[in-house]
Design a binder for this molecule. Structure first.
Ligand code: SAH
Length: 361
């Protein structure tokens, strides 16, 4: 069963859909506002539509299709949602409250086809690409859980496409979702509040370089040499470092003021965290004249991944070497590790669920 999902329609597509049903044009506007701005999850909740119309609409389509299965709450306030698609594929989303804003980490695929050895999601393999609607819905579900349906969010929301999946292998759905999410009459989370992370699909990086109103970009490196990167991130065999970093350079040259471009480097104890590897990484970036800063992410361990996070002092000396060679580097603080909600821990696992009935108001 595939179903049109209102949450995945742009305003123009929704107008067309409403016209085909023989309904007046203003209904499209009402539905769009209800779903994208008030975050209604079903036609029942759109009470400014006549009852008969709601029944008619539900015969043809659904507002939303993701089913919330479990919610896990970390001691640090991070929340992880495990949902299921209409065809029973797992989708995970993470809500990360911060002092002045909230960040929602969304998934682009159910599972992931890449076989990065340090990432738990890889163990699921690719189940399928998510639709634009399924991407949009993740944001709606997370905001509704935090603030309730229909309630305006009290502070800014940032989005990161760093959940399960490789966003650049689901490029069209991703870009469509970003357009819908950015609509001023909807969620209104604009592209410059969104960061998308890729394992290095070089042609898509070049494509993004030519797109206006795009999200910020992050590139997952994990290794300073092809030899090690082939091992940790097999996608490197297809687009090796030189080719990847050439594409990155093209992207960097297209940057406009206010746009961010970063590298991510997961720190695996004894594997990619030596002083020598820090020098290799700095030299690599400098050789390609890349100015992008590097975010160092201590590994988030999870059974049965064969890695441990680098100790704090190791991360710090790695960072210092990068800085000494002119490469800006920052250490990212992990969030939600205790509920398997941190980077690379999404694999549809259960972890001491908190009942979804107990929603704070
Ligand atoms: N496929 C995309 C987006 C998902 S991964 C990508 O590879 O960029 C998001 C980030 O989490 C990547 O930078 C990845 O390197 C990092 N990551 C994966 N597994 C991790 C783990 N176990 N601990 C810490 N970071 C991890």
């Amino acid at each position: 069963m595939t179903q049109t999902q209102i949450a995945g329609l742009t305003k123009a597509e929704l107008s067309e859909f409403v016209r085909e049903l023989g309904e007046p044009a203003y209904r499209a506007q009402q539905i769009f506002t209800a779903v994208q701005q008030r975050r209604a999850r079903s036609f029942d909740g759109i009470t400014n539509l006549p009852k008969e119309l709601r029944v008619k609409l539900s015969e043809h389509t659904a507002v939303s299709t993701l089913r919330l299965e479990s919610r896990y709450i970390s001691t640090d306030g991070t929340r992880r949602y495990l949902m299921k698609t209409h065809d029973d594929r797992p989708v995970e989303t993470v809500f990360i409250p911060e002092e002045r804003r909230d960040t929602i980490c969304f998934s682009s695929q159910s599972g992931c086809p890449l076989q990065c050895t340090f990432c738990l999601t890889a163990q699921l393999g690719l189940l399928r690409n998510l639709t634009a609607g399924e991407i949009v819905e993740q944001i709606i579900v997370a905001l509704n859980d935090a603030y309730s349906e229909g309630v305006q969010t009290p502070r800014g929301t940032n989005l990161v496409g760093m959940g399960a999946g490789e966003p650049f292998l689901n490029f069209d759905a991703l870009l469509k979702a970003i357009r819908i999410i950015g609509d001023a009459e909807g969620l209104h989370i604009v592209a410059n509040r969104i960061t998308v992370s890729t394992a290095g699909i070089a042609p898509r990086i070049r494509e993004l370089a030519a797109i206006p109103n795009r999200p910020h970009l992050a590139i997952s490196l994990a290794a300073p040499t092809d030899e090690l990167r082939n091992e940790l991130m097999p996608i490197n065999k297809k687009w090796p470092l030189d080719e990847l970093l050439d594409a990155c350079k093209e992207f960097e040259q297209s940057l406009k003021p206010g746009e961010r471009f970063t590298f991510e480097y997961v720190m695996l104890k004894g594997v990619n965290d030596s002083n020598e590897q820090a020098r290799q990484l700095a030299n690599l970036l400098n050789r390609h004249s890349l100015r992008a800063k590097v975010n160092l992410i201590p590994h988030n361990p999870a059974e049965p991944l064969p890695y441990q996070p680098s100790p704090e002092e190791r991360v710090e000396s790695f960072r210092e070497i990068l800085e000494s060679k002119g490469v800006q580097a920052f250490v990212r603080k992990p969030r939600g590790r205790d509920i398997l909600a941190a980077c690379g821990q999404l694999a549809a696992r259960s972890a001491a669920p908190v009942s979804i009935q107990q929603q704070p108001r």
